[in-house]
Design a protein around this ligand. Structure first.
Ligand code: SF4
Length: 429
């Protein structure tokens, strides 16, 4: 039986798409391998959102070139955001690659597979896999909208993933109902901007409408969604979150900068004041909502004073988690065309460390307040002898217990906290 190995880097959307690709390869009689070296077919699901990710992709492509020299029958497929409209240029640079296909372009994959004599089932449902290739998990990732219409000046995603296309409500509800029947307890709805969901569908249903529909699925315990856009998040959505018990109190709400001039240059479409107001509304309607954000430091022209504005916003907002990145120019984007990457690398590094240091202190303080409290944890697996899972707030929780907790909702009393995770013991009867 031939074997495949899927190498995935980048966002949750890539992870969801890799699950789908695994499903297609399974249908063709392939079996998951544990590494590149045991595989007859390799899929690289790539990300080029930051230079560091692109470097990893290029390094892996180099490694595969060596592998193909020694195993000429190895088939190499590349998808994800590396693949742009000029795939001929990519094919010229990487002649050892057998197929380049755009993210989510499954017809191209199926067509290629059929030409190779692979009996890929093209009617395979979109259900994410929950066995074999990945460790069994009670959680599933569900893409609900592809692409992005926003064109933030630093971002390559709209050029690679195209304009927004929403999946119909009925299709998503059917998929989640089937997953819940198979034992999935939690779904995370995915989109580059989930707040745009539905504007292109007949009748214009929105994310709040979709959450209501999904909440009525009996066996489903939890719903999450990401990523939100501060300019598009509606009061209707906040109120739906507040009123629907299955929707977890956690949001990914990228601010990117605490300075209005930088936000304007980034073309984010909101001000710091609008962001602050949004967080205030969220916290007043959904007490204890946990907030994650993204910040870019060293955007072209960012002065020390403008960086200080980001730092003081972090101090003021008290986010639960921050993903901080140093700006790197992405060829083809507006910022790459119009601005000079003029903040020195060591200054970017220093600013990144300042945000991380401040956030570590804030997260440590926020998490320490959970000491002695009970949280509900959906148990996702075991690591080094300890069960782990996520609280509704998305905080990672570990505990030790002899029982079989996989896929169960455990009540955990928190005994130890750190900025990154919590530890406790089971309180269920
Ligand atoms: S909202 Fe902005 S940052 Fe996010 S994917 Fe779209 S263009 Fe990129």
């Amino acid at each position: 039986m031939p074997h495949y190995f899927i190498w995935t880097i980048g966002c949750q959307m890539n992870k969801a798409e890799s699950q789908q690709i695994a499903g297609y390869l399974d249908s063709a009689g392939y079996q998951a391998a544990a590494s590149f070296s045991n595989a007859d077919l390799v899929v690289l699901n790539t990300c080029v959102v930051r230079q560091s990710a692109e470097n990893k992709v290029l390094g892996t492509l180099g490694l595969l070139k060596g592998l193909k020299n020694t195993h000429p029958d190895l088939q190499i497929l590349v998808t994800g955001c590396l693949v742009d409209s000029d795939s001929q240029e990519l094919q010229r640079r990487f002649p050892h690659v057998d197929l380049l296909f755009k993210p989510g372009d499954y017809p191209e994959l199926i067509d290629w597979g059929h030409k190779q004599g692979m009996p890929i089932d093209q009617k395979l449902p979109r259900y994410p896999r929950n066995d074999g290739w990945m460790a069994p998990s009670p959680c599933a990732l569900i893409p609900i909208i592809q692409g992005c219409d926003n064109f933030c000046s630093y971002c390559i995603v709209p050029y690679r993933r195209g304009r927004e296309v929403s999946r119909p409500v009925g299709e998503i509800v059917c998929e989640v109902t089937e997953l819940a029947r198979r034992g999935i307890k939690e779904v995370t709805l995915l989109g580059q901007n989930v707040d745009s969901y539905g504007h292109d569908l007949p009748g214009h249903p929105d994310l709040a409408d979709l959450l209501r529909e999904l909440s009525s699925i009996d066996d489903l315990a939890r719903i999450r969604f990401l990523t939100n856009h501060p300019k598009d998040m509606s009061l209707k959505l906040i109120e739906a979150m507040a009123s629907l018990n299955k929707v977890c109190e956690h949001l990914e709400l990228p601010v990117q900068s605490g300075d209005n001039d930088i936000l304007k240059a980034m073309r984010r479409g909101y001000t710091v004041e609008r962001y602050r107001e949004l967080v205030h509304t969220l916290r007043s309607k959904i007490p204890h909502v946990s907030l994650s954000t993204d910040i870019i430091v060293g955007f072209p022209g960012e002065t020390e004073e403008q960086f200080e504005h980001s730092l003081s916003l972090v101090q003021e907002m008290r986010f639960d988690v921050i993903h901080v990145a140093a700006y790197s120019p992405r060829p083809g984007t507006i910022a790459w065309r119009e601005y000079q990457d003029n903040v020195a690398a060591e200054v970017k590094k220093e600013r990144l460390h300042k945000i991380e240091e401040l956030q570590t202190a804030i997260a440590s303080e926020i998490n320490s307040q959970l000491q002695g409290k009970e949280v509900e944890v959906l148990v996702e697996g075991k690591k080094k002898g300890k069960w782990f899972g996520r609280a509704r707030s998305n905080k990672l929780v570990f505990f030790e217990d002899a029982g079989d907790w996989l896929g169960q909702l455990a009540r955990i009393q928190i005994e130890k906290t750190s900025p990154w995770s919590l530890k406790g013991q089971v309180k269920n009867n």
